[in-house]
Design a protein around this ligand. Structure first.
Ligand code: ADP
Length: 524
């Protein structure tokens, strides 16, 4: 423990590391690639200390392994996916470090590179075992927690070992869910499989994403579909861009033909770049309007494991409104049709003081007053269904890793019948606050995320609610305890799902009670 670090009571007098691989006996060392709310949260957390230097992975493995008294592990503890190499021969397990620089694991040994050296490994792939020579490096064992960006992970994960105690943001191939074309492809596949195995009726539970095609690969199928539904509006979106960039709406095939000519014409020039992948999607022409304006809802979801699937849903979030009244007359006006804050804040009459957000609590209350509690429950249950089905659609594809977690930002749009539609899923939802209320929301959200990960080992691991996060799924649906039913003013009984999106978020009171209870359980 470094001198001068204030140690909170719960960390004092802890013994050795516990079986959940979390740290309770010393300060927690973190790295963070972002300069926004998450950094404030990490800096404000008692007993956590920033590791100097950003994004640096050192190769001083031997020293680290000795210092830690632990051995670096393969960061792949889950299944492989096609074409994804693993950097390890197998699991290094809980072996010991020898002076020759070898980690003896349960299933073999891995040579530890000396400073600046690389190792060669046999790499398991889906096709069998293949020998390819990646450069393997150990993560710098000096950190316990890394809020890294996706680019860093993409560049480093495949060639990196992680220590038992390390937690890192993002699963390796998170893009299977967060790239627009792949999300739809995975959802279509699970829908088909469900129809085949459980019947057409069950397949109806997947009717929450608008008809979508990938371009250019599915252009011809799209044209057929287009001709079947003359006059409807479609929306074109670049598959891998964000914040409304490159999006446009169209009604006539001619518009896309023009676009096709401009963007896509096959490339006689070998130096011309490969055309960007787009999705073309049926536009939801009847969005639910409040004050004549369209909105979508940002929902935060935390996945701590894909195998088994373990999912938490945050109670708070917000609705993002467009600044201009909705109309189908001017489909070229992005201020009418795109609800992204990044778009709306550039609208000529945008008022930064008013902003264009409502809390999810405010939205739920408004909808309940207008349509009744039951209608709202049904609508929000639809969001639970979207979350679980979408995660299940990639459950077998995501490279599961006990070191990784992901906080997704789901974008959901209600239509005029209060049916929720999945618009997209973000792996890096914005953590920059647009005002005081937004800051408080994000600060609480991220603090509670750290509470769920519980690197301090203060909890029992059996909790269903931690601050504003409710456990929605753990290898199956989670039902609420009686004590948790505070959602509706008239109260509900019996087994309702443990899902409280838009419900009262008394996170501080709940945390106080939770930690007191957990402490006494642990003592006894
Ligand atoms: P980005 O990643 O660029 O934000 P999105 O898919 O989230 O792209 O779309 C941006 C915005 O466009 C959404 O927030 C929503 O307001 C609107 N939008 C996107 N798809 C549709 C759709 N199919 N129907 C209606 N509105 C949509």
């Amino acid at each position: 423990m470094s001198k001068g670090t204030k140690v909170p009571g719960y960390m004092q007098g802890k013994g050795s590391r516990n079986p959940r691989g979390i740290i309770g006996d010393r300060e927690i060392r973190y790295k963070c690639s972002l300069q926004n709310t998450i950094l404030d949260v990490l800096r404000g957390r008692p007993g956590w200390q920033e590791v100097p230097g950003q994004n640096n992975v050192q190769q001083n493995v031997q020293t680290n392994a000795k210092q830690q008294g632990t051995t670096p592990q393969s960061s792949k503890s889950g299944q492989q996916t096609s074409g994804q190499p693993s950097s390890n021969t197998g699991k290094a397990g809980s072996g010991t470090t020898s002076t020759q620089g070898t980690i003896s694991g349960n299933k073999g040994s891995v040579r530890i590179p000396q400073q600046g050296q690389a190792t060669q490994n046999t790499v398991p792939t889906r096709m069998g075992f293949q020998s390819i020579p990646p450069i393997t490096r150990n993560s710098d064992g000096d950190w316990d927690f890394y809020w890294c960006d996706r680019e860093w992970l993409a560049q480093n994960y495949d060639t990196m070992f992680l220590y038992e105690h390390q937690k890192i943001l993002h699963f390796r191939n998170h893009y299977e869910l967060t790239r627009k074309n792949l999300m739809v492809k995975n959802l279509k596949r699970l829908k088909k499989q469900t129809e085949r195995e459980q019947g057409k009726a069950e397949g109806l539970s997947f009717e929450f994403f608008p008809t979508t095609y990938e371009l250019p690969s599915e252009y011809h199928i799209f044209v057929e579909e287009f001709k079947k539904n003359p006059g409807i509006i479609w929306i074109m979106k670049p598959a891998a861009r964000a914040q409304g960039r490159g999006i446009f709406l169209f009604r006539r095939l001619k518009d896309i033909t023009d676009w096709k000519k401009g963007e896509y014409q096959p490339l006689s020039d070998p130096n011309r770049e490969v055309p960007e992948t787009y999705v073309v999607q049926r536009y939801i022409e009847n969005p639910y309007l409040i004050g004549g304006r369209k909105f979508d809802v940002r929902v935060y979801v935390l996945v701590v494991s894909y195998n088994p699937l373990k999912v938490w849903l945050y109670r708070s979030g917000f609705a993002r409104f467009s600044n201009t009244r909705f109309s189908l007359d001017s489909i070229e006006d992005t201020y009418v049709h795109l609800t992204n804050v990044a778009v709306q804040k550039n609208a000529p009459d945008y008022d930064p003081d008013k902003g264009c957000k409502w809390s999810t609590q405010q939205l739920r209350k408004y909808l309940a007053a207008k349509h009744g509690v039951e209608a709202v429950k049904k609508a929000f249950k639809g969001i639970d269904n979207i979350i679980i089905k979408s995660l299940q659609s990639v459950q077998k594809i995501i490279i599961n890793d006990k070191h990784c977690f992901e906080m997704y930002g789901y974008d959901v749009l209600f239509d005029s019948d209060l049916k929720p539609w999945l618009i997209e899923i973000n792996a890096s939802p914005s953590l920059t606050a647009s005002g005081k209320e937004d800051y408080d929301l994000k600060f609480g959200l991220l603090n509670d995320l750290l509470n769920v990960l519980d690197l301090e080992n203060r909890l029992t691991g059996k909790e269903k609610r931690i601050g504003g996060w409710d456990l929605l799924w753990e290898d199956g649906p989670i039902l609420a305890d009686d004590g948790n039913m505070e959602c509706t003013p008239n109260g509900t009984t019996a087994s309702i799902p443990n899902s409280f999106l838009g419900c009262h978020n008394d996170r501080k009171r709940q945390l106080r009670e939770l930690y007191t209870a957990a402490q006494s359980i642990k003592k006894s």
